[in-house]
Ligand binder design. Structure first.
Ligand SMILES: *[C@@H]1O[C@H](CO)[C@@H](O)[C@H](O)[C@H]1NC(C)=O
Ligand SMILES: *[C@@H]1O[C@H](CO)[C@@H](O)[C@H](O)[C@H]1NC(C)=O
Ligand SMILES: *[C@@H]1O[C@H](CO)[C@@H](O)[C@H](O)[C@H]1NC(C)=O
Ligand SMILES: *[C@@H]1O[C@H](CO)[C@@H](O)[C@H](O)[C@H]1NC(C)=O
Ligand SMILES: [Ca+2]
Length: 582
């Protein structure tokens, strides 16, 4: 009882500090104000030459972890780019890595790719289905050079799954979900560690040692310096930051030394390095003549993890949950090609929308026949038109542990509320099953955070299996309206049932011990041969083969020495590093 009183009290004091106001969304910046000077113009805007597209994605950056959302974290570059562009303030991503990335790159919901459940684990023989066309493939068809730098996390058990086989001309980065920022070691349980830095389809031995945000920035700069700006380029810069394990260089921590909370301090520094990276890349865009004809998109992949310094305040929940804190994304578009700049957009936008939006912008070909779940939102972003999107299926995960209190009866015999699912229709959001911890974690001012706070809030209020919110009026999900509005509940349950009828079976194969790095030269990489892979997947389309994954004998000797050093390093690895792999 005392515990709850304390919680309530703290909440009240945070409320009175004004944290709950959306004060960064000024009413005069709203998109639906009348703009007479644009009336009667052709809605589509086609630049003479397709624009260069730079897509920045951060990993686990929380809603409250950017300067313009009132954060203590300093992000001057991101704030400026966003202020000059269009801030997306009704923008949604998926709650964890693989799902968000799969939806970005296919324009489809997970129920249509089989990736409904969890992430792809390093030893799982699974990857983004090969019969799905990808965003870079489409841009390549439209004449783009396509480059990816950074985190993949869409599977790699065979060569055909690698980024260079899924539409990217070049790739430099890590294939698994979480690596060390300097050593590029990635662990999948105690003792199952391997090197994970790749150049194209080869292990990039000897290229580690440098902090990844700097390393990746250097790579993007090099691409921009060597590419001919007269040919359109797509660069997907997929930061490893700001995922754990947080080890920012000391110099970047210094400005945050006054922060009592150590996790938050390191996290803040990590975000600031991303800000600097975006500054450097934008500088290179200008210097090498890309900027005037470029579209820059910035997006997080999922909500923040308060346990390790992230913050989604004042939203409910965190990374890995279907509460707004897990799925409401940070994002903005910056481009000289935007027709109406310096705006906050409240248009409903989802991560699946980038695929059709960017392909259309590139002059490429997307048709209804492609079966996309995304919409072309460029007119909404660029001109403030209404979003064509009315609904978002956040997910249906039939493998997630059943909510103990859920039943078909609670779902009016329309839906089994034991199943984890969430959907947004207009203002309404409905959640069923176990959406994950639904706590509101305030900014980490407490030195001993998360300790005390976490224990107070955790696991409370999960007796239910169905919630309904007017997320437009109540973005913090404080007022469950499911009892007042059974009519709306039934409607949304029917939408879930409708979507469920289009779902493909979940792919979540058991781990394959052959995937262990110690059986593959000390590195993570494809372990299933092409022939075997073909037998397994002969129902799926494939892209043409290229020169293979190098296991050439000539290289073995050189590798071995590196492996000895790495192996001894892996033995010393702290196992705590593995606690946050998603
Ligand atoms: C940005 O560029 C400056 C100047 O070249 C350099 O010192 C800094 O390390 C770069 N930062 C990143 C994150 O790449
Ligand atoms: C677009 O793709 C469809 C099939 O995917 C094809 O029939 C059509 O000819 C293509 N259009 C253009 C302009 O390439
Ligand atoms: C979703 O569809 C599957 C396959 O058709 C079915 O077995 C399952 O019962 C459906 N789930 C719900 C909650 O309706
Ligand atoms: C949701 O709340 C907003 C703000 O209070 C209100 O304007 C809107 O009409 C509500 N939507 C529905 C469907 O009731
Ligand atoms: Ca993530």
């Amino acid at each position: 009882m005392a515990v709850h009183a304390l919680t309530g009290l703290s909440m009240v004091s945070f409320l009175s500090l004004g944290y709950l106001s959306w004060d960064w969304v000024k009413p005069d910046q709203m998109e639906n104000e009348p703009f007479s000077d644009f009336k009667g113009r052709k809605p589509e805007f086609k630049p003479r030459q397709p624009p260069h597209i730079i897509f920045f994605m951060t990993d686990d950056q929380g809603f409250h972890d950017i300067g313009y959302h009132g954060s203590v974290i300093r992000t001057p570059t991101l704030d400026k780019l966003a202020a000059e562009g269009v801030k997306l303030e009704n923008y949604y991503v998926q709650p964890i890595c693989t799902p968000s990335r799969s939806q970005l790159i296919t324009g489809r919901y997970q129920i249509h790719t089989g990736l409904q459940h969890s992430i792809i684990r390093p030893r799982q023989p699974s990857c983004l289905p090969l019969d799905q066309a990808t965003l870079p493939q489409k841009l390549r068809e439209a004449g783009y050079a396509t480059h990816m730098v950074g985190k993949w996390h869409l599977g790699f058990y065979k060569r055909d799954c690698l980024p260079t086989r899924r539409g990217f001309d070049s790739y430099f980065g890590s294939l698994t979900g979480s690596v060390d920022y300097y050593t590029y070691a990635s662990c999948d349980g105690p003792g199952v560690c391997g090197y994970d830095l790749h150049e194209g389809e080869e292990v990039a031995w000897g290229r580690g040692g440098k902090y990844s945000t700097h390393l990746y920035t250097q790579r993007v700069r090099k691409i921009l310096a060597t590419h001919d700006p007269r040919k359109p380029v797509f660069i997907f810069m997929s930061f490893q930051a700001v995922h754990t394990p947080l080890r920012p260089p000391k110099g970047y921590i210094y400005p945050y030394r006054a922060m009592g909370n150590v996790a938050r301090r390191k996290y803040a520094a990590t975000v600031s390095i991303v800000d600097e990276a975006v500054h450097n890349v934008t500088y290179a865009l200008r210097k090498y003549g890309y900027y005037q004809n470029s579209v820059i998109v910035f997006s997080t992949d999922n909500g923040g993890q308060p346990f390790t310094g992230g913050s989604n305040w004042p939203l409910r929940g965190r990374k890995g949950t279907y509460w707004e804190g897990g799925v409401r994304g940070l994002g903005f578009v910056h481009s000289p090609l935007l027709r109406r700049r310096r705006r906050v957009s409240r248009a409903l936008v989802h991560i699946t929308d980038w695929y059709p939006t960017l392909v259309a912008l590139a002059g490429g070909n997307v048709s209804r026949a492609d079966g996309l779940d995304g919409f072309n939102v460029w007119p909404a972003l660029s001109e403030g038109q209404e979003s064509p999107r009315r609904e978002i299926l956040h997910n249906i995960d039939p493998l997630h542990t059943r909510a103990p209190h859920g039943s078909w009866r609670d779902g009016f015999w329309i839906w089994d509320t034991g199943v984890q699912a969430a959907i947004r229709v207009g203002d309404w959001k409905l959640l069923t099953g176990d959406p994950g911890h639904g706590d509101w974690v305030p900014p980490q001012m407490l030195t001993n955070f998360p300790g005390n706070w976490w224990n107070l809030e955790r696991g409370t209020g999960l007796r239910e299996s169905l919630w309904l919110f007017n997320v437009t009026g109540d973005p913090f999900e404080r007022q469950d309206l499911s009892r007042q509005r059974p009519d709306v509940v039934r409607e949304l349950l029917a939408r879930l049932a409708h979507h469920n009828r289009t779902a493909v079976p979940v792919r979540f194969p058991p781990e394959d011990p052959r995937g262990s790095p110690h059986l593959n030269g000390g590195a993570w990489g494809p372990w299933v041969g092409d022939e075997e892979g073909e037998r397994e997947d002969n129902d799926l389309g494939r892209t043409p083969r290229r020169k293979g994954w190098s296991k050439g004998k000539s290289k073995k000797k050189k590798k071995k020495c590196k492996i000895c050093k790495l192996k001894s390093f892996f033995r010393k690895l702290n196992t705590r590093m593995m606690s946050n792999r998603i």
